[in-house]
Design a protein around this ligand. Structure first.
Ligand code: NAD
Ligand code: GLY
Length: 350
């Protein structure tokens, strides 16, 4: 088991290992004085792991209530958010109780935002069950729901009290969803760690789960410690995302987040080589690792379509978009790019 401390506006542990769901109840009682735990989950995860979570909590003496919403990004909206708040209020959950997010990034983002706002803030625990949630969304306190105008447009920075990552839950992930998470794992290698990149390039999908997930969490911990509120260095985590969001939106969300990030990463990498920011070897290494993990590197969408979406990206500031561009493996630059230059940069990478 790996135990990583995150010390930001709140200090908490990220525990990563097999069988950790069994200790959920004991973890909650050691963290807070809750008498009730509210589990929020989705319709795929709850049948697989709801009972184990519930049993662990009740055997630690807690009353358990649960709210399960239909799986998928379509549920990450204001209607479901309000339904959950009303459910908690009707069940008289108090500030000393706690909430458990049992699921992937959708459950984690939604539950985190519920926890940030219910009674002006209540403790919550992330129990990530996808690779993406384990290495990225469960750590760092970004919580959100989607609005009609775009993804993650309403939310809060609100850190969890604990992240409990039971590696056994990853065994039921459909391979395609596992690959989506791999795009984020590869992202950490490109951004910060050439040894991690080399390990992934050697092992492919068979990479050692605990070691690699722990390394990604350590890297995310370091970034979030440096820039909790996303005003500087944390923006690098957006590698592949600005163009990737355009791919997601342009495909009407038929291309998943992870695959869109892979395509976005490939586009900025090809453009980076053409602009002389990275060399050909770096470009080939990045395209090869994406292919090794079965991730796509191209889109039929045009630069015009991708550019329009980039303009609505949250990382935009007045008159420019902060593009994250690879220089070498393990090093990427934040490049504030005038909006009128973004389209030609994307065009160069298609
Ligand atoms: P997800 O939560 O929708 O999970 C993907 C699918 O896998 C769902 O159908 C889910 O029900 C199913 N699933 C989850 N765990 C399972 C398991 N163990 N076995 C079988 N099926 C399982 O999607 P995701 O990829 O985990 O997360 C994507 C979301 O995360 C997006 O909304 C994105 O915006 C958000 N995100 C947030 C951050 C952040 O920092 N907060 C970072 C990256 C992504
Ligand atoms: N996943 C992006 C971030 O946490 O900043």
């Amino acid at each position: 088991m790996k135990d990583i401390t995150v010390s930001v506006s709140k200090t908490y542990q990220v525990k990563i290992g097999s069988g950790l769901l069994r200790s959920l109840g004991a973890e909650v009682t050691s963290l807070c004085k809750a008498s009730t735990a509210a589990i929020i989950s989705d319709s795929n995860v709850w049948p697989l792991y709801g009972k184990a979570a519930e049993e662990s909590l009740t055997s630690a003496g807690l009353k358990v209530i649960s709210y399960v919403f239909p799986a998928g990004e379509d549920s990450k909206n204001g209607r479901v958010y309000l339904e959950i708040l009303n459910f908690l209020a009707q069940n008289k959950l108090t500030r000393s109780d706690c909430i458990v997010a049992l699921g992937g990034g959708v459950v984690g983002d939604m539950t985190g935002f519920v926890a940030a706002t219910y009674l002006r803030g209540i403790a919550y625990i992330q129990v990530p069950t996808t690779l993406l949630a384990a290495v990225d969304s469960s750590v760092g306190g970004k919580t959100a729901i989607d609005l009609d105008a775009g993804k993650n447009l309403a939310g809060a920075f609100y850190q969890p009290s604990l992240v409990l990552c039971d590696l056994d839950t990853l065994s039921t992930l459909p391979e395609d969803i596992f690959r989506d998470g791999c795009a984020e794992v590869i992202k950490y290698g490109i951004l910060y760690d050439k040894e991690l990149f080399a390990l992934l390039a050697k092992d492919g999908l068979n990479f050692p789960r605990e070691a690699v997930i722990s390394r990604c969490v350590e890297l995310k911990r370091d970034v979030v410690t440096d820039d909790e509120f996303d005003t500087g260095a944390r923006m690098r985590l957006n590698l592949g995302h600005t163009v990737g969001h355009g791919v997601e939106a342009g495909s009407h969300y038929t291309v998943s987040h992870g695959k869109a990030v892979a395509i976005g990463t490939a586009i900025v990498t090809r453009a980076a080589e053409k602009y002389g920011i990275c060399d050909r070897k770096t470009k080939e290494q990045i395209l090869a690792i994406l292919a090794l993990f079965g991730l796509p590197t191209a889109t039929a969408l045009t630069a015009d379509q991708l550019y329009l979406s980039a303009l609505s990206d949250k990382k935009r500031s007045s008159g420019s978009v902060n593009l994250i561009i690879p220089e070498t493996i393990g090093c990427c630059r934040i490049a504030p790019t005038p909006t009128h230059d973004v389209k030609s940069f994307i065009q160069a990478g298609l």
